[in-house]
Design a protein around this ligand. Structure first.
Ligand code: SF4
Length: 506
């Protein structure tokens, strides 16, 4: 349900919140009403009469908070009787602060929102309902010290079969996650599916780590396949993106899903990191046959100490290599997810990670800098030890910046060190280049250059790969681009010097 509201805001196109003013909103509603959609038509008068009884705002990350004040004020200004509620994991983690600071917010949903929201809109008196329901946090419930409880959907089959009939699906397709096999399908008809919810693990950086409930819920394989069949026959779906956190946890179920997906001739993407611990040869073969060609492995670190003592991830590092070899046998592009900069991680651990990546032979490694999300154990550790700015408020996080400073390592140092790790394993010691698979390597570097047009190393190594492929002209062009970037950018000159890449010093 919150997705529909986000969708509606997105659909207003030109002016996104928080730049929306009452005048712009009026224009947008008028514009929307002119479109022939299920709720459209030309009855602009009716649309202007629209006074929602309730508006639910989704807040999945802390940085949405800075918009909340403006949005909730606008809603109440338009109609002070409208009930304004907020949901999403970031809102759950900060419910007391939100209710203290945002006078226009009437309630915050505690965890999963479907059931509480449905019950709210079906209630006779919404404000009374909010005050008395177990899954809504209000100022009164906080005053009375009433602890909220989750209202979870027990049977996920009920929420698999999403209704797309009022969305113009041709307008939606995401850019594929990084892979040289991306863009194989020119006309992507992409749909999304979440077949399970929950996670039994406790990774320190995950918002899930602060939640004691580790139960899993699954939609039945039957319901999943039925929905896939519907999407293929009704919309001609050719790309299916599965967004589960733990699609492989129930291995036999996962095998059954992939086995049955094979007949639809789809491209299957699973962009959330997969757990290496659950992958065996049969499963890998079934994933490939179902239409997967790229895997993202949630490895996080090549150091057993960091994995077990800092992240608390029950992965045995020795499991990774045999899985990678198996994936390689089946022709996958293999990418690993790593996190860097956790308090307690030292340079020797980061070096261990680089060594591990080279030994195991990953095609690509994606490094994230640790983000202390509110609600995660990492946030608590950082706040208690002053690794982050003291008293940092919700909404003050800049997620584009790494903000953890420890006594041993400054944030700037970690950022630079991590970037060097990236350049080392993905470019200077690129697995496919080392194995003389120049065509695939070139496609990967091209993909990087398309996303980051100022990436000097992408052009340098693209040029090298193309030269071996005897594409002299293209190779020369890429090398010229590399030199041009270096001429104008001191950081790239420093990186080139660090790795002894050729460049014209004067
Ligand atoms: S990061 Fe993934 S595996 Fe770890 S706790 Fe969160 S959802 Fe589970």
């Amino acid at each position: 349900m919150p997705w529909q509201m986000v969708y509606t805001e997105f659909y207003f196109e030109e002016d996104h919140l928080p730049d929306m003013t009452p005048e712009k909103l009026r224009e947008a509603i008028l514009d929307y009403s002119r479109r022939r959609r299920r709720f459209g038509g030309k009855d602009k008068v009716r649309h202007f009469q629209f006074k929602p009884e309730v508006v639910a705002i989704s807040m999945m990350f802390d940085n949405s908070y800075r918009h909340l004040k403006k949005i909730s004020a606008l809603i109440k200004k338009s109609n002070k009787k409208t009930v304004v509620v907020v949901g999403g994991i970031a809102a759950t983690s900060s419910c007391a602060t939100i209710l203290k600071e945002q006078k226009n917010v009437d309630g915050v949903c505690f965890y999963e929102g479907e059931i509480p929201l449905l019950n709210l809109v079906n209630s006779e008196k919404m404000l009374d309902f909010l005050e008395n329901d177990i899954s809504w946090v209000t100022r009164k419930s906080l005053r009375e010290g009433r602890l909220p409880q989750k209202s979870l959907i027990k049977n996920l089959d009920e929420v698999v079969n999403i209704d797309y009939s009022f969305v113009d699906v041709s307008n939606y397709a995401m850019r594929e996650a990084f892979s040289p096999f991306a863009d194989k399908i020119k006309q992507r008809k992409q749909f999304f599916l979440i077949t399970s919810r929950g996670c039994p693990f406790n990774c320190v950086f995950c918002t899930h780590s602060g939640d004691k409930d580790k139960s899993m819920r699954y939609a039945s394989v039957e319901a999943v396949i039925k929905h896939v069949k519907f999407l293929v026959s009704k919309y001609g779906m050719n790309v299916l993106t599965i967004y589960d956190d733990q699609i492989l946890l129930n291995k036999e179920r996962a095998k059954e899903i992939f086995r049955r997906l094979a007949k639809f001739n789809l491209k299957i993407e699973v962009p959330s990191g997969l757990s290496v611990a659950f992958m065996d040869e049969e499963l890998i073969g079934l994933m490939r046959k179902a239409g997967m060609d790229t895997v993202f492995l949630a490895i996080e670190s090549g150091s057993p100490y960091v994995l077990n003592e800092i992240i608390h991830k029950p992965l045995k590092i020795g499991m990774v290599k045999p899985v990678v070899q198996n994936l390689r046998k089946h022709g996958f592009w293999i990418q690993g997810f790593f996190v860097s900069g956790l308090p307690g991680e030292r340079d020797e651990h980061r070096d261990e990670t680089v060594k591990f990546i080279k030994e195991v032979g990953l095609d690509w490694s994606s490094f994230s800098l640790a983000a202390p999300l509110r609600g995660s154990d990492l946030f608590k550790i950082c706040a208690e030890n002053n690794y982050i700015q003291k008293g940092i408020k919700i909404g003050e996080f800049d997620f584009n910046k790494f903000i953890i400073n420890t006594a041993e390592y400054s944030a700037d140092y970690v950022v630079k060190k991590t970037y060097l790790m990236n350049l080392d394993v993905n470019f200077v010691n690129n697995y496919r280049m080392k194995n003389k698979e120049y065509k695939i390597a070139a496609d990967a570097f091209r993909n990087v250059a398309a996303r980051y047009p100022n990436h000097a190393f992408a052009y340098y190594y693209l040029s090298k790969a193309l030269k071996v492929l005897k594409k002299e002209k293209e190779s020369h062009k890429a090398m010229s681009k590399y030199k041009e970037i270096l001429k104008n950018d001191v950081s790239w000159r420093e990186y080139a010097e660090y790795f002894n890449l050729i460049y014209n010093k004067q």
